[in-house]
Design a protein around this ligand. Sequence first.
Ligand code: ATP
Length: 236
Amino acid sequence: MLEVDGLRTGYRGRPAVFDASLSVAEGEIVALVGHNGAGKTTTLKSVVGLLPAWQGGVRFREEDISRSRAADNVRRGLCFLPEDDFVFTDLTVEDNLTLARFGVGSQGRASRDADAVRAEIFEVLPVLRERSKQRAGTLSGGERRMLSIGMALAAEPRMLLVDEPSLGLAPVLVERVMDLLAELVRRKGLSVLMVEQNVDQALRIADRCYVMRAGRIVMEESAARLAARDQWWDLF
Ligand code: ATP
C-alpha cells in the first residue's frame, strides 16, 4: 500500500529525517515510535505531501507520489490525521462531516449522498450521531478526536496516517480510540501508519513497529515480538 524509500527531509535547510525507509501493507497497522524530536511527525508530514521530500521516494498503491500535494493525496485515498484535531469549532458535528466530504459551501445542504456518507460514519462512530447537532467547539476532547477521525473517514480513505491518536485523552478513551482504529482496519480494510508515544497501546493493535531515533529508523520488529521483549524502551 505504502512504500517509503530513503526519505530525507527537514526544515529551512536543516535535515530532521535522514534516509528513512518503511512500508505498510494493505490492511496492516504499523506503529512508528521513538523519543520526542526523533522525526516521526516530520516523516508523516512528508509522506502525505505537507513537507517536500529532499531525497528518496514515496509510493502509494504503486504510484509515485514523492512530489504530490497533500490535497491530491487525499483524493488518492491517503489521509493525514494531525495530533491537534482540526475541526471547524463554529459548525455542528454534522456540518463538519459534510464539509470534510464535499468542501466549503456544502454544509447545511441536504443531499442523499451526504446523508449516506454520514450514516456510514455514524455506524462506526455512534457518539457522533448523538452529537450531530452540537457545535464542534463544545465537544469534549474524546468526542473531538472521534469527530476528527470521522472527518478523515468522510474522504473514504484507503490509508490513514495518524499522529498521536492518544494525545491528551484519558486512558479509557485511549483504549477506545485504538480499538476504533483496529475496527476500521477490520471492517473497511484500511491501512494505518500511526505515530504514538503510548507504545503499550500502539503495540496492542499494531502488526509491526518501526523505532526512530535522531531522524533515522533504527529498528523494525513485529509488534508481538517487541511487546514480548524485556525493557524494550532501552531501544529508544
Ligand atoms: P514528538 O514525539 O515530540 O512529536 P517527533 O518524533 O514527531 O517528536 P518531529 O516533530 O518530527 O519529532 O521533529 C523532528 C525535529 O524537527 C525536531 O528536532 C524538531 O525540533 C524539528 N522540527 C519540527 N517541526 C519543525 C518546524 N516547523 N520548523 C523547524 N524545525 C522543526
